[in-house]
Design a protein around this ligand. Structure first.
Ligand SMILES: [Zn+2]
Length: 281
């Protein structure tokens, strides 16, 4: 049944990936058993969603090996998904859209939330758009029917996909495009106003970078902020932490983030910013 569904998603161009399954009692099928933090929600494949495929032969092989695998769908290709995981999230979502919920596909999730499918926005994942509302875009995935949640409840369709998907409503897009949410006080070793503004605007740029420009944007930001680090106006761990967080918001993977950060920062530090005007020679 999972295989049939997985093949149907793939026929519509959605890359599919097999995901661990919760057994009776919500225990994950991975080796961690009851110690697993995300029972039935993490990929069975080594490279996770980067291995997702639309190839029916590959998909058939996976589900022959793991017939009860949950069905993960890569987002940002055919659809992006608004992930509403609580009553508070649903209230906030309806309020945001003034109760005009587009008539696109909707999934009832295993823990009683909803997934609403939209045309891809080009943006990456956003966690906490509103309390109880996340966005799954480029670089993300969602579980789809008939996956089973650790609660024992299956994901099911509230409204099945028809021809075409609705575009994200303007109010929702504005929220996705908006500045990244604040995350507490930033620790800046040398609180120079100019360096602080640069840190804020560069992280924001990275978090909002569209697919295709993410790595380049991160590289430029790391270089620009590295110059402040070289001048002693920002500290490297802060820059690394903030840019990593922003790049994850944009949907970049950890390996790519580490590599780009290292080269961009190193190059920037070698050309320290000179606050008497311009770059030091
Ligand atoms: Zn697990």
């Amino acid at each position: 049944m999972s295989l049939t569904a997985a093949l149907a998603y793939a026929r519509h161009g959605i890359p599919v990936l097999p995901v661990h399954t919760p057994a009776r009692g919500g225990v994950c099928s991975c080796g961690k058993g009851s110690r697993c933090d995300h029972p039935g929600k993490h990929p069975l494949l080594r490279h996770g969603l980067h291995d997702a495929s639309t190839d029916p032969e590959q998909i058939t092989l996976w589900w022959t090996r793991w017939p009860r695998a949950n069905v993960g769908l890569r987002t940002g290709v055919v659809m992006d998904v608004a992930d509403v995981d609580s009553a508070e999230g649903w209230h906030g979502f309806r309020h945001l859209l003034r109760d005009e919920i587009p008539a696109g596909p909707q999934v009832r999730t295993g823990r009683g939330g909803r997934h609403l499918w939209f045309r891809p926005t080009g943006f990456g994942n956003r966690v906490g758009l509103l309390p109880g509302l996340d966005w799954r875009g480029a670089g993300g995935y969602v579980l789809a029917p008939p996956s089973r949640h650790a609660s024992g409840v299956d994901y099911s369709w509230i409204r099945r996909p028809g021809p075409g998907l609705p575009a994200g409503p303007a109010a929702l897009l504005a929220l996705i495009e908006g500045p990244a949410p604040p995350r507490g006080r930033r620790v800046v070793a040398h609180p120079d106003r100019y360096a602080e503004v640069a840190l804020e605007s560069e992280t924001d740029r990275v978090a909002r970078a569209p697919v295709g420009a993410r790595n380049d944007t991160l590289n430029r930001a790391a270089f620009a902020l590295g110059r402040f680090v070289g001048a002693g106006l920002l500290d490297a761990p802060t820059v690394r932490r903030e840019l990593t967080w922003a790049a994850r918001c944009a949907g970049l993977g950890p390996t790519e983030i580490r590599g780009t950060l290292r080269s961009g920062l190193t190059a920037g530090i070698r050309q320290p910013f000179d606050n008497r005007g311009g770059a030091a020679a």
